[in-house]
Design a protein around this ligand. Structure first.
Ligand SMILES: *Cc1c(COP(=O)(O)O)cnc(C)c1O
Length: 356
């Protein structure tokens, strides 16, 4: 039986994507070759890469606006390093918003390069809210934020306006909600949270911000090199890019980000309404900052844990244990998780209330 997969990442993908991807493992495009054995320079794969890069810009409404989409490797974690390498000037500085584990990870890497200013942090409250009162120094080379905090379950509902380039780690909510993506100069996202399997990282960058650091950048870390080589500087993650393309096509067919946003809101509403209504549960973060992707919640009374855990496991729910730094539960409701799966979880929560 297919599980109700709430995993925070790698995550659930649409069933039809799994089916299509598995067919191409045996015979890709009727070529008599597996997607796992074709050359990345083959016509068929070059077409996949081109279509994927174009579709990213189309779905984000960034076509013809000076952006390039790249499928790189090394995870979002490598972008923590690649961003300062490409954007922080020698003797320059950068400004970061610290909203959780991943934001702190990005800050650590930037600090190795130069002056890194933390404009605000919610660390003192175990990151249970998004700081909103802060100013961004206009003499910084860029401002970096994390749109959705996968581990803590908070999400930025609005983004600051500033005259300096804005960089955003959107690993866990890209393609999930409508945003004016042209407000950002560089967006990156590990594929495995909302777009595809692990193994590739999407980078969307406005070309005009590159090439200004005064630093010699090793090719593999240089966005300009990757753009010049059309995301084929080194062998790309063929299967991960292909499967990401299938997911993006699924999203387009569904009606794009506008359509999935409504579904995601319905899922989040359903679960948060139950968390707030059910006296056995409580949410862990400030309500206005709650993530539509990762809902974090606790049992009011630990005595219910054993029963609750056995109940949800029986229904085929998988992957709702919270991250060790928060405890409790985390329900990740990425694009491909159906509303019915959320209903199953809510029903278990109601059932627990009845039984205790
Ligand atoms: C998972 C995650 C990362 C780390 O991604 P890797 O691909 O494992 O390097 C970074 N940022 C956010 C917001 C994440 O959710």
């Amino acid at each position: 039986m297919k599980k109700h997969n709430y995993s925070a990442g790698p995550c659930i993908l649409p069933q039809e994507v799994f089916e299509e991807a598995s067919k191409s493992i045996l015979n890709f495009n009727d070529s008599g070759l597996s997607i796992l054995e074709i050359s990345h320079r083959s016509k068929d794969f070059v077409a996949v890469m081109e279509e994927a890069r174009a579709l990213v810009l189309e779905l984000l409404n960034l076509e013809g606006k000076g952006y390039q989409a790249l499928f790189l490797q090394g995870g979002a974690s490598l972008e923590f390093l690649r961003v300062p390498y490409n954007l922080m000037k020698t003797n320059g500085k950068a400004a970061y918003l610290d909203t959780g584990t991943w934001a702190s990870g990005a800050i650590k890497e930037a600090k190795a390069f130069g002056e890194t200013l933390i404009v605000a942090s919610s660390k003192e409250a175990n990151y249970n809210y998004i700081p909103k009162e802060y100013s961004i120094p206009t003499d910084a080379d860029y401002f970096h934020c994390t749109s959705n905090n996968t581990i803590f379950g908070t999400q930025l509902k609005s983004f600051p306006t500033t005259s300096i380039p804005v960089v955003c780690d959107m690993s866990s909510d890209i393609f999930s909600r409508t945003i004016d993506f042209s407000k950002f100069d560089l967006i990156y996202a590990g594929a495995q949270k909302n777009m595809g399997p692990a193994g590739t990282t999407l980078v969307v960058v406005k070309e005009e911000i590159l090439g200004k650091t005064g630093r010699t950048i090793p090719n593999i870390l240089n966005y300009e090199q990757h753009i010049a080589k059309e995301s084929m500087y080194n062998t790309p993650a063929v299967f991960a890019v292909y499967t990401s393309l299938l997911t993006l096509k699924w999203l387009k067919k569904l009606g794009g980000i506008n359509a999935i946003e409504k579904i995601n809101e319905a899922k989040a509403n359903l679960l948060y309404t139950e968390i707030d209504r059910n006296p056995l549960f409580k949410g862990t973060v400030v309500k206005e900052d709650r993530s539509t992707m990762n809902a974090t919640f606790l049992l009011e009374n630990q005595e219910h844990q054993e029963l609750f855990d056995s109940m949800w496991k029986k229904t085929g729910i998988s992957g709702i244990n919270g991250h060790r730094s928060v405890g409790g539960y985390r329900a990740s409701m990425y694009n491909a998780l159906p509303l019915e799966s959320v209903q199953v979880l809510v029903d278990v929560m109601k059932e627990l209330e009845k039984n205790s």
